[in-house]
Design a protein around this ligand. Structure first.
Ligand SMILES: O=C(O)c1ccc(O)c(O)c1
Ligand SMILES: [Mg+2]
Length: 628
């Protein structure tokens, strides 16, 4: 199955669009007429340029307001079509998309439209061209693919076929399984787009809010399954109208599109094994068993301060790397590496952004499978020269050049700690912290869809609903992605303004990265007793918060006072409670969070975020440094 994308989906000039589409690995493209008109080269120049990029023009679109017109408008519509046929022949493409008419004078009637298409089919066949009919969700008389199919069926011409567009079908709430009864060879082309579920006018929604498959809320997989089951073997093409994308980087967009499309086709071939989707095979979504380690690039005083903070959190220095300036800190199943190397990836990361999370290790069933799937979906593999005795751990580039490593048991990679580190004897400290509950990655709002797609396409992770986090100086949108069992949770926090805490972190850390790490305990009160004794200083929470807690929740006697003692925040979903304590910020705005999560609680304490952020800003303004 050929992969394709409409030029309208990509930002930039026509030349930039083509270069990006080719570089991302698409087989072909749809030329959106406006992009061609705005370009300053002739049709044959464009044909040559497309060929030089190794691409193919699979569709020209759209021809509007064609069918059902009374004379003399009807004759004019056929003249317009003939002119576009001329252009298509110069461009070297044989298929045109005609979208259902919105013309105020268009007359209804399936047979009238069918007759127009039969006549047009006759004209097309003389030139060796084909015509595809697409129902726009807001078409005047035809707004449903079932009616468009009836027009095509009655036109009964081999050069007239149906074009399906997932947005128009799913956006209107039409069951995609209705496609299964359409003969696959009568479907000439399939366009794919997702969109977030927002109640608004269909045309406005379509022209401004479409997004890549899996970036929104529509069942594009169910749609493509039905298309494949119908026996369709033509191209799968992205057609994305999106305001935010118009200002984005063309190559990044094209790469995201290719990743989304390949992941979708892979899903569909697994669900519909007879569908004949013939993209190269690769492993299924990777189940993650949790965070194996996180690694900070750090130096000097910041490294010392971070070590002091880890000590106050109950971590013990459990090992020293045999070749490198790496310290391993452990507690429960949590491993934190402090990397003070002066060369290599961590050193680059430190030079660019100071102390930051430069590496994340994910525990998976098969590291090789994880690398294969990630690479098939366009992720950039990462390698660095190995020192003596060091393990070759498969890795890819993640957020802003950070590195994601894949650790498994099967190939012994989880023995890296014994193999590469001298483990210390005093490894027993502990304040009851058991595992990493979640990682919070801060990014610019524009990057959120891209990183959501990255995680959900490579890993078996699903999206939670987006949550608004109210910062006193602006809005931060938070998208959680998580594995079904909660073993891996990542929150992607998108900042619009540089005045928000997240936005300031973003500008100070030179781009997206982990802003906080949440550590889980099974008994947060016991943990806090130990932490207090070890000199841990929590983020102070004002008394007003606790007065309000009593009004919001029906808490058992004494609980509120105990929470207040530890500057603890609270939230719940039904009976499932969630307790949080924050550390003070270190190294330019990073922080830790300690949480106790009841099994049924799925959130991240978003209702508490405004109070947490206000407290952090207060502390920052007062010039408070790290806890001693
Ligand atoms: O918004 C439009 O007009 C438009 C045009 C062509 C398409 O293929 C489409 O899906 C929408
Ligand atoms: Mg379309």
């Amino acid at each position: 199955m050929k992969t394709s994308i409409a030029t309208v989906s990509i930002s930039g000039s026509f030349r930039e669009k083509l270069a990006a589409i080719a570089a991302a690995g698409f087989d072909g493209l749809e030329i959106f007429e406006q992009d061609f008109i705005a370009h300053d080269g002739s049709p044959s120049d464009v044909a040559a340029m497309v060929r030089d990029h190794g691409l193919e023009i699979l569709l020209f679109q759209p021809l509007r307001d064609f069918e059902g017109l009374p004379e003399p408008l009807r004759a004019k519509a056929f003249d317009r079509a003939e002119r576009k046929f001329d252009l298509m022949q110069e461009l070297g493409t044989d298929l045109v998309l005609i979208c259902s008419s919105v013309h105020p004078q268009a007359l209804g009637g399936i047979d009238r439209a069918a007759a127009d298409f039969r006549d047009l089919g006759e004209r097309a066949v003389r030139r060796g061209l084909r015509v595809g009919y697409e129902a726009l969700a807001w078409g005047r008389h035809v707004s449903d693919h079932r009616d468009a199919w009836e027009v095509v069926r009655r036109a009964d011409h081999p050069n007239v076929g149906l074009i399906l567009d997932s947005f128009h079908t799913l956006g209107r709430g039409i069951d995609p399984d209705t496609i299964r009864s359409i003969p696959g060879d009568r479907i000439f082309f399939v366009q794919l787009a997702d969109a977030p579920r927002i109640a608004m006018d269909l045309l406005y929604w379509s022209r401004h809010f479409r997004c890549m498959p899996a970036e929104g809320d529509l069942d594009v997989t169910g749609f493509m399954r039905a298309v494949a089951a119908a026996g369709y073997r033509g191209p799968a093409s992205l057609e994305i109208f999106n305001d935010q994308f118009r200002g984005a980087n063309p190559l990044q967009l094209a790469r995201d599109g290719h990743r989304a499309l390949v992941a979708l086709l892979d899903d569909v071939r697994r669900l519909e094994p007879d569908s004949g989707i013939d993209i190269a095979p690769f492993p299924a979504r990777i189940a993650t068993e949790g965070v194996s380690f996180i690694e900070f690039a750090t130096r000097g005083e910041e490294a010392q301060a971070l070590a002091t903070l880890l000590d106050s959190l109950g971590f013990a220095r459990a090992g020293r790397h045999r070749n490198k300036h790496l310290d391993l800190w452990c507690q429960g199943d949590i491993r934190i590496v402090l990397n003070q190397e002066l060369a290599g990836h961590a050193a680059h990361a430190w030079n660019a952004r100071g102390t930051n999370v430069c590496d994340i290790g994910l525990q998976v069933a098969s590291a090789a499978d994880a690398l294969d799937r990630a690479a098939a979906l366009g992720a950039e593999p990462f390698r660095q020269p190995l020192g003596p005795g060091e393990l070759d751990i498969p890795a890819i580039r993640g957020l802003s050049g950070s590195v994601l490593h894949f650790i498994d048991r099967g190939s012994g990679l989880d023995r890296v700690w014994e193999v590469e580190f001298d483990t210390a004897a005093n490894a027993e400290a502990g304040a009851g912290l058991t595992r990493i509950d979640h990682l919070a990655q801060t990014m610019s709002y524009d990057e959120m869809l891209s990183w959501t797609l990255f995680y959900t396409s490579i890993f078996a992770m699903r999206k939670a609903p987006v949550v608004d986090v109210i910062d006193p100086d602006g809005l931060v949108r938070s998208q959680a992605v998580e594995s079904p069992d909660g073993a891996l949770r990542i929150t992607l926090n998108g900042a619009d303004s540089h005045r928000t805490l997240a936005g300031r972190f973003l500008s100070e850390s030179f781009g997206a990265s982990v802003q906080h790490v949440a550590l889980a305990t099974d008994d947060i009160f016991a943990t806090m007793e130990v932490l207090a004794a070890r000199g841990f200083a929590a983020l102070p929470v004002p008394d007003n918060y606790y007065a309000d807690l009593a009004a919001r929740f029906d808490l058992p006697p004494g609980l509120r006072e105990r929470m207040q003692r530890w500057n603890m925040l609270y939230d719940c979903e039904g009976d499932a409670g969630f307790f949080q304590v924050y550390s003070r910020a270190f190294a330019g705005g990073l922080f830790f969070e300690i949480v106790q999560r009841a099994p049924g609680y799925r959130g991240f304490g978003a209702p508490n975020a405004p109070f947490r952020i206000a407290a952090q800003k207060r502390l920052h303004r007062s010039g408070a440094a790290l806890p001693a």
